[in-house]
Design a protein around this ligand. Structure first.
Ligand code: ME8
Length: 518
């Protein structure tokens, strides 16, 4: 592919290290991984960043409760995230920790720059503070008995000297910026929420703390540490080597896509873009806020003991089944409910039946009727051409849908193609062709199915990387589907003789009767 491709930068939130990773973290990171793999296959220069948010009161308190220093706690829990991303086949190019010097020095640089510019100033702050959530809660939003509207815990009245970011100055510039950029915040409902929030007016933000010590020191005034959110957001730039000349941020900042949960959309589409405007940089190209997972209808929480462990899910059902379920079950952007029964049902119907059987039936026939050698000569008829055209159209449609992060719809398009391919077998009845001795027609049908499966492996690879590779190997194709990449679809002649290598089934069916008993 000689055409110039557009670079792509995708990020996840950096996760707090006071807790173990759960399906919520897995969800965002898997979605980002699918996009990164997809863009790499298209040949786009891609950078995929994840990491951990290690400063702040919450971490300090969690560490104290365990008799550890904050850094000791971070050093321990960061490994859970790294290990999970390995298990889930996450292909992040970088992993940033906010305690790394490469990050801290950029936070300080940005702080000093904005202080000098007058966009940061020293003031004092009095308010009701929620320690676990690390936010001041406006009086109008306080719950009964001065409690936090988010976590319900009692608020503390605090007064402190604080540095402020002059966010009010960026209210109109942000409204102007978002005007005419309908895809900068997605889904659309979230964009509307943000726009009406902006129209309600922006207040300057307190961005330093004197009440605790676990954070990046404010340069020149070490009584203060930088507020954890101000520190955390900067990771998206510090990881790219900002502000040094010749570093990746120059290429990748203009194509930054932030995937976040809906809980932190305001930080990403108001505070962060205002900060970027203050620095003379453009806001992220897109912030996508996905929905919230509940479990069997309930909010996930440690006290309820219903937190879904992604390690366990991957171990029990397979990594690809877990990846597939999360992205197929719920339209990206809406809330979803996790249930193992729904996962098993989807795995049986979509993966074992539709995909697994298509491969199995095809390879069996290639073995039985062609000695395992994929037929090279074809004499296509209308039905064959139709499937060939659909293979190309499915790729185009998936690309279009993934452009706006519609994972579930992209998978539906792929499954419509698999359904059509399965139906093609029933329409052509290859076993009858064999009986009739119509080898020419049989060859064409089996070759068409082989090509459909080759395309299915390429298109499913970002979602189901292990499965796509197993399909690729069984189809007898050299290398890897992801290494092969996505050149414009063509049926083409076989470059060399291909011998299929049928192996075990792709997805074992889970027996629902037995499963229920467990
Ligand atoms: O907020 N459903 O970190 P965090 C869906 N450190 N997604 C969920 C989820 C759920 N039930 N629970 C968590 C922070 N997530 C900050 C971010 S970024 C500069 C700083 C996912 O560990 C979702 O992506 O609390 C959410 O935004 C993120 O985890 C919050 O992770």
């Amino acid at each position: 592919m000689s055409e110039q491709r557009t670079p792509f930068y995708i990020t996840t939130p950096i996760y707090y290290v006071n807790d173990v990773p759960h399906i919520g973290h897995a969800y965002t990171t898997i979605a980002a991984d699918v996009l990164a793999r997809h863009h790499r296959m298209l040949g786009d220069p891609t950078t995929f960043l994840t990491g951990t948010d290690e400063h702040g009161q919450k971490i300090q308190q969690a560490a104290a409760a365990k008799g550890l220093t904050a850094l000791q706690l971070a050093d321990q829990t960061v490994e859970n995230f790294r290990r999970l991303w390995k298990v889930l086949n996450i292909t992040n190019d970088d992993f940033i920790r906010t305690t790394e010097p490469r990050h801290e020095k950029v936070v300080q640089h940005i702080f000093s720059t904005l202080l000098e510019k007058g966009d940061i100033y020293l003031g004092s702050y009095e308010g009701w503070y929620c320690v676990p959530c690390e936010t001041y809660v406006p009086e109008a939003q306080m719950g009964e008995g001065n409690t936090c509207p988010d976590c319900g815990r009692p608020l503390q009245k605090m007064t402190e000297q604080s540095y402020f970011f002059r966010m009010s100055k960026y209210e109109q510039p942000l409204l102007d910026y978002y005007e005419g950029l309908p895809e900068a915040i997605l889904p659309r409902t979230r964009a509307n929420e943000i726009l009406s929030f902006l129209r309600g007016g922006l207040k300057d933000q307190s961005i330093s703390r004197t009440t605790m010590k676990w954070g990046v020191p404010v340069p020149g005034d070490e009584q203060h540490v930088v507020y954890v959110w101000f520190d955390a957001l900067i990771n998206y730039l510090s990881a790219l080597g900002y502000p040094e000349a010749g570093k990746p941020w120059e290429t990748f900042w203009p194509v930054a896509h932030h995937l976040v949960g809906k809980d932190i959309i305001r930080f990403h589409s108001v505070v962060w873009p205002a900060l970027l405007l203050a620095l003379g940089l453009q806001p992220p190209k897109r912030v996508f806020a996905h929905g919230w997972w509940t479990v069997e209808g309930d909010k996930m929480s440690k006290s309820k003991g219903n937190v879904v462990d992604p390690f366990e899910m991957a171990e029990r059902y397979g990594v690809d089944v877990f990846r597939y379920f999360l992205l197929r079950e719920v339209p990206f952007g809406l809330d979803g409910d996790f249930s193992e029964l729904a996962l098993v049902q989807r795995s049986n119907a979509d993966l074992a039946n539709d995909l697994g059987n298509l491969l199995n039936r095809t390879l069996q026939m290639v073995e039985k009727y062609c000695g395992g050698q994929v037929p090279s000569a074809v004499h296509p008829e209308a039905l064959d051409r139709e499937l060939e055209i659909l293979a190309g159209r499915t790729a185009e449609e998936m690309d279009r849908l993934l452009e706006r992060f519609a994972f579930d719809e992209a998978l539906k398009a792929l499954w419509a193609f698999l359904g059509r391919s399965n139906k093609y077998i029933d329409e052509n009845l290859p076993w009858n062709l064999a009986k009739e001795g119509n080898q020419e027609r049989l060859d064409t049908v089996l070759r068409t199915l082989f090509e459909a499966l080759r395309q299915a492996a390429l298109l499913s690879a970002p979602f189901l990387p292990e499965t796509a590779q197993r399909m690729w190997d069984q189809l007898g194709l050299p290398g890897t589907p992801e290494g092969t990449g996505r050149s414009p679809w063509s049926f083409g002649p076989l470059p060399q003789p291909v011998q299929v290598r049928k192996a075990g089934v792709l997805f074992p069916r889970v027996d629902l009767e037995q499963w229920k008993v467990e």
